[in-house]
Write a protein that binds this ligand. Structure first.
Ligand SMILES: C[S@@+](CC[C@H](N)C(=O)[O-])C[C@H]1O[C@@H](n2cnc3c(N)ncnc32)[C@H](O)[C@@H]1O
Length: 260
């Protein structure tokens, strides 16, 4: 059987080489915590405002792919409990060293789902700048796990880059691979490693996946090149709500493409 390529291995292997720059291109390779935390607070403020994320002093929040924890720390003052999980042991180690809070914790995961064994605990499960690197099957697995971990009525909120399709360029992909083979690790400020791949996900197949897991879909929120998907686990008395347009729209096959 063919072994599946392991994009998550890129993050666990390469995080120390690229440092904070892989978390956000506005940061550099070093550990500029002041800048990272400031940008993290700004990102989180806009996110809460745009998505309607319900976070308050009695809520528990889980972030998938938390990196160095800049968004987890931004939520720490607002929430009762915040958990950050990530595939990179190096990022998690940075976050743990920086963590001054008792109600905040960080865990390393294998990148293929959530191993936490605490069903119906979280009010919000969210992810920022992570699902763009995942294929639709891995996103669906995270959606199933989020559903299990959310309390009834809890929110599943994630962000995807909304890139124009013109960014799909086989030529750029070939250039990157050539550079990587020649030992050049960065091009145009991005890693050339073939395991570093961004993908474009189509809206409808993704939403159909969310519905098939049991979520109902609340809305999308646009934010300068980013699209937030907001879904909710039905409260006990509700059944999943399917929008008539999506229910009527044919095949459930995902349409996902690589963006290089
Ligand atoms: C661009 S960074 C964003 C970090 C954080 N969400 C933020 O906005 O500050 C992407 C993060 O996703 C993590 N990651 C990549 N693939 C993952 C996977 N399959 N499961 C969980 N985390 C993953 C990386 O290790 C990295 O920390």
């Amino acid at each position: 059987m063919l072994k599946r390529p392991s994009p998550e291995a890129f993050w666990s292997d390469e995080a120390p080489r690229h440092g904070f720059k892989l978390i956000d291109r506005n940061l550099d390779e070093g550990k500029d915590w002041d800048r990272a935390l400031r940008i993290g607070r700004e990102v989180m403020e806009t996110t809460v405002e745009k998505t309607g994320m319900q976070v308050g002093s009695d809520t528990s929040v889980l972030e998938i792919g938390c990196g160095i924890g800049r968004l987890v720390f931004a939520l720490a003052e607002r929430a009762k409990e915040v958990v950050g999980v990530d595939v990179s042991p190096w990022y998690i180690e940075q976050a743990r060293q920086k963590n001054p809070y008792d109600h905040v914790r960080f865990e390393v995961i294998d990148g293929r789902g959530l191993s936490l064994q605490t069903p119906s605990t979280f009010d919000v499960v969210f992810s920022h700048c992570v699902f763009v690197f995942l294929d639709v099957e891995d996103i669906a697995q995270y959606a199933r796990d989020a559903f299990r971990l959310l309390r009834p009525g809890g929110q599943f909120i994630f962000e995807l880059e909304s890139m124009p399709k013109t960014r799909l360029s086989p030529a750029a992909s070939i250039v990157r691979r050539g550079l990587y083979a020649a030992g050049v690790k960065q091009w145009r400020n991005w890693p050339t490693d073939p395991r570093f791949r961004r993908r474009i996900h189509e809206f409808e197949p993704l939403v159909r996946r969310l519905l098939s897991v049991g979520f109902y879909f609340e809305r999308i929120a646009e934010q300068a090149g980013h699209t937030w998907y907001v879904a909710r686990k039905p409260a006990e008395e509700q059944s999943p709500r399917i929008s008539p347009r999506l229910a009527a729209s044919g095949s459930a096959e995902p349409a996902t493409a690589d963006a290089r």
